[in-house]
Design a binder for this molecule. Structure first.
Ligand code: GUN
Length: 289
């Protein structure tokens, strides 16, 4: 079935809108003698991580942010990685640091994420930044959830008063997504793998955010007529084709707005990484606006 184009939220269009604004901000910073810079750490040879890192570097290049890649071998120890982070924390020419996840299993991921200076934590993974987010005082924002909020804003959707159901409770998406929706005055329910009678809850959602990592998990019977459906999934279907957590073809006819995969939330995540890099750069240079 052909889905009406006006229902489909176009993540690439919204990305381009934001990147153009961010590029202007970079120009203003450079006019003041400041060159924003992002350090990107990748450990090992995970092919998906390589694609993500390349996309992040390409976004930097597109808006004029300097990127510095640190590609470390698989056998890197936690101590070696922490030593690199210490160096980057102390390097005033670096504004943002991200370590692409997953890191190899022998590396202490929490130790790594907690070593990145909160001021340079452009992923918003450090407990200090998670805490600031929860009290509404964050400067750096969680990239994927913030990308979703920006998509809603662009589409003129105000979550205030809506019942928003978030599927998934990960530290990267589900939990911070719920925080941002709550801060936007939504009524928020978080569901997860142990939730009983899931469909009865998701059917109450005015806005449903799927972040469970299971291909086509959300089916039409789980969605209320007219709901807004946001798909954060990046999965593979039975034919190995990229798809989301939502069965798009079945759900789209019921939804008032829906994000496709690919071309939905994905492009926004990296855009918000760029936003955070500039926010970190400005804060480090005492620039308020
Ligand atoms: N791996 C999957 N998603 C992410 C992300 O948002 N940030 C980092 N650093 N690694 C990831």
């Amino acid at each position: 079935m052909e889905i009406a184009a006006e229902k489909r939220i176009d993540g690439k269009q919204i990305r381009d809108h934001h990147l153009a604004l961010l590029a202007q901000e970079v120009d203003l910073l450079k006019a003041r003698g400041i060159e924003p810079a992002l350090a990107v750490i990748i450990v090992g040879q995970d092919p998906a991580s390589r694609v993500y890192v390349n996309n992040k570097k390409a976004a930097c290049a597109k808006i004029g942010v300097r990127s510095a890649e640190y590609a470390l071998p698989e056998e890197t120890t936690t101590e070696e990685l922490l030593a690199l982070i210490d160096r980057l924390n102390a390097d005033a020419s670096i504004n943002g640091i991200l370590c692409q996840l997953p890191v190899p299993a022998h590396i202490d991921e929490s130790a790594v994420l907690e070593r990145i200076s909160p001021a340079k934590d452009v992923d918003c993974f450090h407990p200090v930044n998670v805490g600031l987010l929860s009290v509404g005082k964050g400067n750096l924002m969680p990239c994927t959830p913030m990308g979703v909020m920006q998509m809603l804003k662009y589409e003129g959707v105000d979550p205030a008063g809506m019942h928003c159901v978030v599927l998934g409770r990960s530290n990267i998406v589900g939990k911070p997504m719920a925080m941002l929706l709550l801060a936007a005055n939504a009524t928020v329910t978080i569901c997860h793998s142990r939730t009983k009678d899931l469909a009865a809850i998701t059917r109450q959602a005015d806005l449903l955010v799927a972040a469970v990592g299971k291909p086509k998990f959300v089916t039409a019977d789980m969605v209320k007529d007219g709901a807004i459906v946001i798909d954060v999934g990046m999965d593979r279907d039975e034919n190995g084709k990229l798809c989301g957590d939502v069965d798009f073809d079945a759900v789209a006819p019921k939804a008032s707005l829906i994000t496709p995969v690919p071309g939905g939330v994905g492009p926004m995540t990296i855009t918000m990484l760029m936003r955070n890099t500039l926010a970190a750069c400005k804060a480090q240079n005492g620039i308020k606006e």
